[in-house]
Design a protein around this ligand. Sequence first.
Ligand code: FDA
Length: 512
Amino acid sequence: FSMGALPHEDFLQCLSLRSNDSSTISSVIYTRNNPSYSTVLESTIRNLRFNSTNTPKPLVIVTPSRTSHFQATIYCSRKHGLQIRTRSSGHDYEGLSYVAKVPFVVVDLVNFRSVDVDVENRVAWVQAGAILGEVYYRIAEKRTLSFAGGVFHSIGVGGFISGGGFGLLFRKYGTGGDNVIDAQFIDVNGRILDRKSMGEDLFWAIRGGGGGSFGIVLAWKLKLVPVPATVTVFSVSRTLEQNATQLILRWQEIAHQLPDKMNPDVSMFSVNSTQDGRKTILASFSSLFLGTIDELLPIMQQRFPELGLSRQDCSEMSWIESILYFNQLQNQPLEILLNRTFRNPVGGQYYKIKSDYVKEPISETALNGLFSRLSDEEASSAIIIFMAYGGIMDRIPEDATPFPHRAGNLYKIYYNVNWQEQDNVNSQKYIDWSRRVYNYMTPFVSKSPREAYANYRDLDIGSNNVGITSYTEASVWGRKYFKNNFDRLVQVKTKIDPENFFKHEQSIPPLH
Ligand code: FDA
């Protein structure tokens, strides 16, 4: 492959030759000299760290509107030595769905996002480019049903389920991947497969084994789950001076045992005290509850009286309104959930994320050390969230899907450091901060492997070479994300894509 003038000319010609209908494919191809190229590329770049002039850009973006467009793109990319990066809604924390260090093509599923809800059978066929907000909105139009999806409404179902998928209902109904009953998938040879024709191994692998490794998911058939007409949300905030430390220590002991119709979490960040202006930590305890305030209050009174949850801290609403609430979009029209280019104004648009799993309660001293780091200057808009485990997670076996973080966990930790544009020249100091905190936490979190959540992609935990992807190297990050499921993922990959066409910095390698 030559990087000379118009290196993708042959590729473009191949696309129009291969496509059954060249007039439609030409309308979904964006080369760099197309005036819409940047708009299409930037439409779902969520982390602006990967939108600088130095960020490698795709030679071509294809936004298929028919399955034949995917087939032509895969065929021609292979023929002309281009890598494919598949993008559903661009939330990859390391930008892997639209950045590569080799010449590449972005296949963006923006035109593949229909949502067909079948209320009677409690299922929905959802194309992979749909965002969770579109899925929730369409399901809520029908009835008190939902899908066990994530909190943030603009996440793509393509990437979300590919990496497991964790959200408000996960203690009751499991991960997104646990709630998929069929799929439509295209492999490296352009074959369109469903559950039956792909077989159970591949169907297992694509529901949590990480996006971008096996082929392209075109659609999922989702199992819909019941939610009551009225749900309750609450949020209670306490500073260190208001006993936050003791409350968190207590929360660690009991949160995983709370009813599975809750998703208790505690968010921590640094604030200036309203009393003396000095820095303190604010801990915000919140949850959804699948029921009314009257049902919730006695449970909290019995299990966690120290929190002092009162009626005033709670609000009743419909399930779909709780999605607005947790997106901090209260009082907005529901239609805002359909807006895929919407950027949440909360927090910086540049960020670095990490994750951990906790199996034993951490000590007060350990917690104080974490707070002291949260008070660092670089952490002024950082947020750390403990998300309770338990519920159905304790009952689904570790190998049911590739997502292995099940029984034995008390909670997951989400570390988010973010910053604004004016600080981006010095972004390294924020990234260094997140690495320091992660190192500090080593003794207190899961070990051998130190587990991490695949959807919270973090290239610091290991990365493939640009050239040959070795099993040994990939095992380093692979066991953290998938534990022993990693080996089965490698077997599936070896069968479906032995030449490793679908690859990236954290894709599953085939065995050679
Ligand atoms: P994107 O399009 O970037 O894809 C992610 C990965 O999957 C890439 O490797 C990509 O190539 C691959 N991929 C995408 N579409 C594919 C397809 N159709 N077939 C095959 N591979 C495909 N997670 C969570 O579990 N719960 C949560 O509440 C949140 N919240 C959250 C908030 C915000 C603001 C962000 C930025 C992220 C999250 N996440 C999350 C993480 C999120 O689930 C994760 O980044 C998903 O992979 C995003 O899916 P997208 O389709 O949007 O990403």
